[in-house]
Design a protein around this ligand. Structure first.
Ligand code: AMP
Ligand code: ZN
Length: 468
């Protein structure tokens, strides 16, 4: 298997630190809002990477954090007049619902930054003891120039950074020894969440969170560290400086970064306001379509979001689901018994699509080509499976299709259809909950229906529903 390593800028053969195991850390979202479909790209991409490793027989330890202390969370809390904790808990729960609907496998562990402060304080202390960090007026800074390899991931040169950095210096940071130094710990401002530390009551900088959580849950050295390409600098560069200085070891062997999801060729982001939330998309499409759309491109390429491409993804997915449905239908009427000689030869022939799929995925997870192999398999199924096929043959095709789509995280099994009566009963239960002002239960029922493909609309004439 080959992986493109941002560090070497080359595709490298994957060699695990420990035979048969993969330790993988993916930087997760900052939780102050519903996630947008740009945030969904790394989730879908690296979940697929994980699934492929598992398909190849690796045991994957997959850790992805939630950044639950941050200026944006605090700002939102102030706006709503609630605690920062309430905001982050709410959006972690919402994010998990979206992830579930995108069929993202639960991580081995989703650490929360606020629950790992002790470890961060220890790591910062180690950096101070080793001369890589210093305290000024309650703030702790990382002494960037002391770390000789600084810039090795982003391929940036310290002197170029220095000249660019000077103008970026913000007030209050003039106490730094060097403009390149970055914050490890900062004292609290009025009304902010804060923790005790030897330097001040305050909170950690963003970069130290991931260094600590990765170490705690995966160890000092990991196989893969991943995230969106905007994280290469400074976030991942700073993580390397912290972890390698503190632990005295190479931090991650492979650095993987996904390209941006764009809209009108500009990065989709909250600050530009040009985003769609995953929730909005779920009102129009089954989120399998979003997943399939993302995987139709190579993960390192920029991907432009458009209604046309979503429609194309929907139609493509439909072709796969129809082939699966057809196989199930044929199987239900097929006679038990062995494959004929001709079927055996055909089953053998179908293996070439599996090989094509694996070849594509082995080449730096080229899902675009892997999807093409799935389409070829679908075509083969449609031309060779019919009413006279044996059950054994149909089963072998179904298994093959299911195993490949399983790597992509696409579910081809039939979703349990909800009966109209059942839906109406749940809507009635939700209305009752609302009358009793039990909004949590009402929301839960709405979400449950949404997860099963039913969208509710509150109108003046009452609640209307439709299938996604
Ligand atoms: P954030 O919540 O901004 O820290 O982002 C969480 C993850 O989503 C990070 O890995 C980002 O790199 C990634 N991300 C944010 N916006 C986009 C986008 N438009 N396209 C692809 N990835 C993105
Ligand atoms: Zn991170």
């Amino acid at each position: 298997m080959k992986i493109y390593n941002t560090m070497s800028k080359r595709k490298e053969e994957f060699v695990p630190l420990e035979e048969g195991k993969v330790k993988m850390y993916v930087c997760g979202p900052t939780v102050y809002n519903l996630i947008h479909i740009g945030n969904a790209r790394p989730m879908i991409v690296f979940d697929t990477v994980r699934r492929y490793f598992e398909y190849r027989g690796y045991e994957v330890n997959f850790v992805s954090n939630f950044t639950d202390v941050d200026d944006k969370i605090i700002k939102k809390a102030i706006e709503e007049g609630v605690t920062a904790d309430e905001i982050s808990k709410r959006y972690i729960a919402e994010c998990k619902k979206d992830m579930d609907a995108m069929n993202i496998m639960p991580a081995t562990k989703n650490p929360l930054a606020t629950e790992e402060i002790c470890g961060m304080v220890d790591m910062i202390q180690t950096l101070i003891d080793k001369g890589y960090a210093y305290e000024k007026n309650g703030t702790v800074y990382y002494r960037t120039r002391k770390f000789k390899d600084y810039g090795k991931l982003s391929h940036k040169n310290l002197d170029d950074l220095q000249s660019g950095g000077r103008t970026l210096l913000v007030t209050g940071e003039d106490e730094k020894e060097d403009p390149l130094d970055f914050v490890l710990w900062k004292p609290k401002k009025e009304g902010e969440p804060a923790w005790e530390s030897p330097w001040s009551e305050g909170r950690p900088g963003w970069h130290i969170e991931c260094s600590e959580m990765s170490k705690k849950y995966l160890g000092e050295q990991i196989d893969i560290h991943a995230g969106g390409e905007d994280l290469i600098f400074p976030h991942h560069e700073n993580e390397i400086a912290q972890s390698e200085a503190a632990n005295g070891k190479e931090f991650a062997k492979y650095w993987m970064h996904n390209g941006f999801l764009n809209i009108d060729n500009r990065k989709m982001s909250k600050s530009l306001g040009n985003f769609f939330t995953v929730r909005e998309i779920s009102e129009k499409y089954d989120l399998q379509v979003l997943r399939f759309f993302m995987l139709s491109a190579h993960y390192r390429s920029p991907l432009n979001f458009s209604a046309d491409l979503m429609e194309a993804a929907k139609n493509g997915l439909e072709r796969i689901l129809t082939a699966a449905e057809n196989l199930r239908f044929l199987t239900s009427g097929a006679a038990d018994g062995e494959m004929t000689e001709q079927e055996k030869a055909q089953a053998e022939e179908a293996q070439k699509y599996v090989r094509g799929f694996e070849k594509a995925m082995d080449d730096d997870f080229n899902t675009a080509d892997a999807v093409a192999s799935v389409f070829e398999l679908v075509k083969f199924i449609n031309t060779t499976a019919d009413g006279s096929s044996s059950k054994a043959y149909l089963d072998s095709l179904y298994e093959e299709l299911s195993s490949l789509t399983g790597v992509l995280g696409i579910i081809i099994e039939k979703k349990e259809e909800m009966l109209d009566d059942e839906i109406e009963a749940m809507i009635e239960k939700r209305q009752a909950a609302r009358r009793e002002k039990n909004f949590a239960l009402a929301d839960q029922i709405r979400d449950e229906l949404l997860a099963r493909g039913i969208i509710l609309e509150d109108t003046r004439e009452g609640v209307k529903w439709k299938k996604a």
